[in-house]
Structure formats: C-alpha cells, structure tokens
Design a binder for this molecule. Structure first.
Ligand code: FES
Length: 168
C-alpha cells in the first residue's frame, strides 16, 4: 500500500505516494522525473546511481526512498547553477572524462563527495596503504577512492584527469 513520502531534492520538496519498497533511485527517476541519475546494475555494483545525501555519496538503488525524508538529496541536476556548470562537470567536458556518458552523473556525484572526504582526511574508502604518507592525491588514490564507479567504456584516464584538474 502507498504511504506519503516527502523528499527534498536539489532544494525542492516533493510529496509522493510510494510503496515503502521503492528505492531512492526509482523515486528520483520514475516519480520525480529526475532521470540524470542512471540505473546500471540496480544492485550496488556499478555506481551509476550515485547521488549525494547530506553530502555523502550513496548508491540510490540500494536504499529505500522512505528512509531519506527530511534529508538534503542532491542529484546531478542540482550540482551546477542555471548559469554555470559545477567545476567537476566542466572538468569532465574539458578532459574527456566520459565516452558514452552513462556512468558520468554517478562519477561526478561520487567525485564531489570524494574530494570532500579527502579534504576531511577520511580514509574509509581507501583499503590499501596509499594514504599512509601521501599528502598529494595521486592518480592511484583517485582510482581507489573512485573504485565504486565503473565505466564500461574504460574512460578512466579521462575521469582521473578530470578529477585531478579540480583537485589541483
Ligand atoms: Fe546502483 Fe549500479 S545501479 S550501483
């Protein structure tokens, strides 16, 4: 049965009637119409569905919409302003950070959160000892920190270049 769910996405409230089992991804795409967020695997393996919840990156296919009431949700549509792309969006264009583009919204949302994590010294997405001594964000570390976002075209060189360009 349907329950009322209010989601705040990109600064705007949306009052929805959803079954409790509806994923955040489906709520965004099917019920709010924000189709920038992509569905790849729908099981937490590809990162195409990455959005920001309170600034943290989340695989929206793995979580229920109803759990995110009262939180600030940001999708790719909410990153820039009407007048300007977000710096990461601009960098992905300038440095060829995509080929087909399907993974790009997730890559960019993930990178936004990832750069914040680096800023705050958060190593939770780094499993190796890459972080141990480096103050510089190396390409290797970018790759590891972005390893939850898969690109089937293999545009990783451009993706890393794009992120590094914004970090520097
Ligand atoms: Fe969510 Fe692949 S669609 S991780």
């Amino acid at each position: 049965s349907l329950v009322p769910v209010r989601l705040r996405v990109n600064g705007q409230d949306h009052d929805l009637q959803l079954e409790p089992r509806v994923s955040l991804l489906d709520a965004l795409r099917e019920f709010i119409g924000l189709t920038g967020t992509k569905k790849g695997c729908n099981q937490g393996a590809c990162g195409a569905c990455t959005v920001l919840v309170e600034g943290e990156r989340v695989n929206s296919c793995l979580t229920f919409a109803i759990m995110h009431q009262g939180k600030d949700i940001t999708t790719i549509e909410g990153l820039g302003t009407p007048d300007a792309l977000h710096p990461l969006q601009a960098a992905f264009i300038e440095h060829d950070g995509y080929q087909c583009g399907y993974c790009t919204p997730g890559q960019i949302c993930s990178a936004v959160a990832m750069l914040k994590e680096v800023e705050h010294g958060d190593a939770s997405h780094v499993t190796s000892d890459l972080m141990a001594t480096d103050v510089q964000l190396t390409d290797e570390e970018i790759r590891e920190r972005m390893s939850g976002n898969v690109c089937r075209c293999g545009a990783y060189l451009g993706i890393v270049d794009s992120i590094r360009a914004v970090y520097e």
